[in-house]
Ligand binder design. Structure first.
Ligand code: BMA
Length: 315
């Protein structure tokens, strides 16, 4: 841990923003909120790209060092398919990628923007070229979903953020279970938006896919604060029990990352940092985040520093 109490846990990459609309091989408005995984020894991002209708699709980008020389697909990779999946009406957004060791496939949870509101869709892939779309797996309104990489007590487990209107005091992180990845049941709130003056009082939702540590499942989540000048999206951490992720063992009091740089403060939606994935690389955590709903950026933390920080806050 660095001695400087004012230093940030996650340090921004000097090349930030690492991908902007100018790097895309085709015309688009913005590129942000990418899911991330390791694939064939490279870093693979599934970028959210917004077109000039305001609708989004998902496009693969790969890089050997995870920072530069991104090879971005010439055409969109996952496009909205409203003929077969009517829920894709207004686009697909915000992918989270989890490698499911047991079936040796990558699970992609993403938002389909349906006429009835956003919902969670699921697709499986082995190669990021062909995709087995499982369709909508949760009803609207629901988003911010990611799977755990392995079954827990014999079931697949997903975190997500329903906002059906029956949650009068905010939007919270929920957990659901499935035996076949299609039908999800026994939904339960595990992490609640706080109240009043807290930074995460208005709404919260999962950000990055669960990362198994020796202290439990590490997750990051966004906390939204509504101010008279608009919303601020910041990031907090939590640890969930390894064998029963319904149990939140730790939750950071303070946000660990928030909008500060010009590319985070200004853009289509200013004051937003929004990671949809992170990678553990040796003794570091590489967090890829959308900045101001406009570009992609990277921030890196020392793994032990992150663990040390979150362990300060037992629930
Ligand atoms: C959330 C999501 C994100 C977006 C953020 C800020 O509700 O829809 O895709 O980055 O708002 O606009």
């Amino acid at each position: 841990m660095t001695e400087n109490q004012y230093s940030d846990l996650f340090l921004r990459n000097e090349n930030n923003p690492i991908i902007t609309y100018k790097d895309l091989p085709y015309r688009a408005n913005s590129v942000f909120n990418a899911g991330v995984t390791k694939y064939n020894g490279e870093t693979l991002l599934l970028l959210r790209v917004e077109d000039f209708r305001g609708h989004s699709h998902l496009t693969v980008a790969k890089s050997k060092d995870g920072v530069s020389n991104w090879r971005i697909e010439e055409k969109p990779t996952i496009v909205p398919d409203p003929l077969n999946f009517p829920e894709d009406e207004w686009g697909v957004e915000d992918a989270r990628i989890t490698y499911l060791e047991e079936i040796e496939k990558y699970a992609i949870t993403f938002v389909s923007y349906s006429k009835k509101g956003p919902l969670v869709s699921l697709a499986l892939t082995e190669d990021f070229k062909t995709f087995e779309r499982m369709g909508a797996v949760l009803p609207p309104n629901d988003k911010d979903a990611a799977l755990f990489p392995k079954k827990i007590n014999g079931e697949w487990v997903m975190l997500h953020r329903p906002y059906p209107g029956d949650v009068p005091d905010g939007a919270h992180v929920h957990i659901s279970y499935s035996s076949d990845l299609v039908t999800w049941e026994r939904r339960k709130i595990i992490l609640k938006a706080r109240k009043g003056g807290w930074w995460d009082a208005s709404k919260i939702g999962l950000n990055t896919q669960p990362l198994l540590t020796e202290h439990g499942w590490l997750i990051s989540y966004h906390g939204v604060r509504q101010t008279c000048a608009g919303c601020i999206y910041r990031l907090g951490l939590a640890l969930l029990d390894t064998d029963n992720p319904e149990i939140v063992t730790h939750r950071s009091d303070e946000w660990v990352f928030g909008p500060n740089e010009s590319y985070e403060l200004q853009g289509d939606v200013g004051n937003v940092v929004f990671p949809c994935g992170w990678l553990k690389k040796n003794d570091e955590i590489w967090m890829y985040y959308g900045a101001a709903d406009t570009s992609m950026a990277l921030a890196i933390a020392n793994y032990n520093d992150v663990i040390e920080e979150i362990l300060k806050y037992p629930v």
